[in-house]
Design a protein around this ligand. Structure first.
Ligand SMILES: Cc1cc2nc3c(=O)[nH]c(=O)nc-3n(C[C@H](O)[C@H](O)[C@H](O)COP(=O)(O)O)c2cc1C
Length: 180
């Protein structure tokens, strides 16, 4: 049976390293597993009044349907000011509303990320931990993937071209796929 991983990148940038890392993950997952790439682009800023008057926005409903159908989730996080980028946290906050909270509970989740600096999103990844615990998600912690010095490893369109990084990513995805 094919397993499906919902992959989300926390960057809206055209040539994003993190979106490129997610595309590479989708190429490198082992046979029998597929990554469905979701989009946070059309998710509005969370507003409790909007939720009360109109319910969950269409982009959030789409993401929740993808979450519901997925066997696992791969969060590909950038790091801003040593933390989780607001656009990404905002999308996950929306996804936890209404029926979403139950969907996250027990869901295997892995976190990876890429940055041009030397620490490869280490602090942003750590900041996802209390969020995932609150969602009662099942964090997959056997592997770690922090892609640092991303400027040397991706091409100008944000494609991961570095062979050693692709090998590390393939190993990470193999481990996560086996765990879900
Ligand atoms: C507001 C802001 C703050 C940032 N802070 C950090 C940081 O704390 N650590 C880091 O490694 N990179 C930081 N960066 C650089 C990002 O890692 C870089 O812009 C990266 O390309 C973002 O990911 P993306 O390529 O997927 O868009 C920051 C970028 C922005 C815009």
């Amino acid at each position: 049976m094919t397993k499906t991983i919902l992959g989300l990148s926390g960057s809206l940038r055209r040539a994003s390293f993190n979106a490129g890392l997610l595309r590479a993950a989708a190429e490198l997952v082992p046979e029998g597993t597929g990554i469905e790439i979701g989009s946070i682009r059309d998710v509005p800023l969370y507003d409790g009044d909007l939720e009360k008057s109109s319910g969950l926005p269409p982009a959030v409903q789409t993401l929740q349907a993808q979450l519901q159908a997925a066997d696992g989730v791969l969060l590909v996080t950038p790091e801003y000011n040593n933390g989780i980028p607001g656009v990404f946290k905002n999308a996950i906050d929306w996804m936890s509303r209404g029926p979403g909270l139950k969907m996250w509970a027990g869901k295997p989740v892995a976190v990876i990320g890429a940055s041009p600096g030397g620490f490869g999103t280490m602090l942003a990844q750590a900041q996802w931990l209390p969020v995932l615990r609150t969602l009662k998600a099942d964090l997959w912690a056997d592997g770690r993937l922090m892609v640092s010095r991303a400027g040397d490893l991706f091409d100008s369109d944000g494609n991961l071209t570095d062979t050693a990084s692709r090998d590390r990513l393939a190993g990470f995805m193999d481990g996560f796929a086996k765990a879900i």
